[in-house]
Design a protein around this ligand. Sequence first.
Ligand SMILES: Nc1ncnc2c1ncn2[C@@H]1O[C@H](COP(=O)(O)OP(=O)(O)OP(=O)(O)O)[C@@H](O)[C@H]1O
Length: 235
Amino acid sequence: MGRPHQAVADGQAVLEVGALRHAIGGRALFDGLALTLGIGESIAVTGPSGSGKSTLLSCILGLIKPDAGTIRVVGTEITTLRTSRMASLRAQRIGMVFQFGELLPELSPLDNVVLAALLSHNGVGARQRAQRLLANLGVPEAVTSQELSGGERQRTAVARALINEPALLLADEPTGALDSHTRDRTADQLFDLPRQYSCGLLVVTHDPGVAARADRTLLLSGGALEAASTGAGSR
Ligand SMILES: Nc1ncnc2c1ncn2[C@@H]1O[C@H](COP(=O)(O)OP(=O)(O)OP(=O)(O)O)[C@@H](O)[C@H]1O
C-alpha cells in the first residue's frame, strides 16, 4: 500500500527540532530545546506535570507557533508554513494518538479509521487498508466503537493514526486511561510500529513502564530535553 506522497529516504530524520523557545503566560517552557527523531526510531518524553510536554506536541503539529526555533517534519520547516499548507502536511505526514482515543462513538471502528483517510483525500483502497490495520492490531468488528473495550478503542485510535501512512507518529499519554494488562499490550504494539511501518514515534508519557519500551527516553526539564534513565525492569 504505497504512500500517497514521497517516501522518506533511508537515514532521513522525520523530525528535527532546533533551538526551540516558547513562553506561556511569561513562563519559558522551552529554552533552546532540541530533538532529532529518525525513521524507525522511538522516543519517549517524560517530565513533571506542566513542564510543556503536550505543548511540545502542539508545536510539532503546527497548532502552536513557537516564539523562536525550527521544527522540520520530514525536511519541511513547519514554523513558517501557511495554515492550509500545514493542515495538508499534518494530514499526510503526521499521525496522532490521544489519551482517550477521541473516536466518534456512533461510528464503527472501521468507519472511524476510514473517515481519517477520506478527510485526507486518501480514500482509494482505504477500507481494505483499515481492515488490515484493525486486524493486525487485534480490534474486533463492532457496530459502534462505544461497544469496544478501552484497549480496543485505543488500538482503533492507533489504526486511525496509521491509515495515511504517516512518517511521524505522535502519542500523548496513549495508555494513560488503560489498566495495566491492556496498557502492556497496547504499549508493546505501539513501540513495534516504527519498524513495522517505517515511521518515527514520539510518545509523551508519565508511565516509566511505557517509556522503558522506547529506544530513547528524554526528560523535559528546565526548558530542554536531556537523556533520562527509566531504570531497568520498570516495565
Ligand atoms: N492554552 C493555554 N493557556 C494558558 N496556559 C496554558 C495553555 N496551554 C498550556 N498552558 C500552560 O503551559 C504549561 C505546560 O502545559 P502542558 O499541557 O504542555 O504540560 P504537560 O507537561 O503536558 O503537563 P501534564 O503532564 O500535566 O499533561 C502549563 O503550566 C499549562 O498550564
